[in-house]
Design a protein around this ligand. Sequence first.
Ligand code: PLP
Length: 428
Amino acid sequence: MSSKIANGWGDNLWPPFTQIASAPSPENVVAGEKALLILENSPPLIDAISSWWVTLHGHANPYISAAISNQAKSLEQVIFADFTHPQAKKLAHRLSEATGLQRLFFSDNGSTAVEVALKIACQWWHNQNEPRSQVIAFEGAYHGDTFGAMALGERNLFNAPFEDKLFPVKRVSWPATWWGDETFEAREKESLNQLEKFLETPTAVVIIEPLVQGAGGMAMVRESFLQSVEKLVRQSNALLIADEVLTGFGRSGSLFAYQRAGIKPDLVSLSKGLTGGFLPMGVTMAREEIYKAFIGEDPKLTLWHGHSFTANPLGCAAANASLDLLEKYPERYTKFEHRHKRHLEELWKHPKVTKPRLLGTIAAFDINVDKKEGYLNPAGRTVKTKAISKGVYLRPLGQVIYLLPPLCLDDSQLEQCYTAIQAGLNEL
Ligand SMILES: Cc1ncc(COP(=O)(O)O)c(C=O)c1O
């Protein structure tokens, strides 16, 4: 059987995160309409995970499409050294106001937004003639697939072939919690003790995914835990990066999850929903004081980092339009948690549902499984297949099922998502 027949990807494509030998054939998508994916040969599907968490307001949103189209008619791209342009300035001003972090550095995606934050943090210490090498991250973390981002992430199946190329990172346990959890206090304490111990060594930077680790299984922590983390980090003078690539732009129910958690990071990485999910773009926000340490006559102080598509005007226009929508309709993200709640409570009654958890637009739970938990656990695939037959696209993380839909999802579509999951659970 030719590979074309076996997998439907054809002879030239090499898809991401996919083992072709066992993957089902991909579907051809001909259009997107709000929360729906319109398929060539099957009925429409609700995109209940926002196409890898990027589609913020909905597919083909006309307001963002028009903003990109208008921008393309005047300036599609320009080198962002020696030149700037109005959309970039506008976006920098707005994100600086929204985050409280004055400086914005552009890159291309979530991984690069993290790489830039890490490089800024490490060079910041270097520029002050006090190089610090220790980096601290959390167990279960995922920060992207470039080498620096991989090094920060949990060591696992995905990065095992590169292990000897990844710089060492001290790792603190992540005290994930859920509805009805009565053990979080001991786990939080243990985690904070580990962090405190590590911070006895001068540390350049600590990186967190605020309130929820996404790829690590939609693992949620309490706001007060992050406040305690911040306190320890401040005592040690290390810098704090909030990787908001997933959580940014309303996903957590607040515009940014660190704001909901009541902490103030030094650096924030953003991507995914930044352009409303229309175009790839990343930004790293930094405190002004950090930026100042890179300014001076000595060329060595410079942040020698950049990308060809830095501040792409189309991406900036999309991001500005997306911010317009967030400003105009804040209730679409602030009220989503409330909309999920009743459905998740109902689902919790199912014997296969354990550890339900909810944060803003993100609802998740684990399937009660006998086999080893983790990305390769097959239970999620069973639920996924059934849900698709009921018109809902899910992409479970092993035994973790979650919903992370676009903000435009209407009530009947939300209901359909939960009904489809219920049907999937009944198959187990
Ligand atoms: C928290 C977090 N950081 C970074 C990334 C990497 O982003 P990208 O896939 O755009 O490189 C992701 C992607 O899922 C993420 O969830």
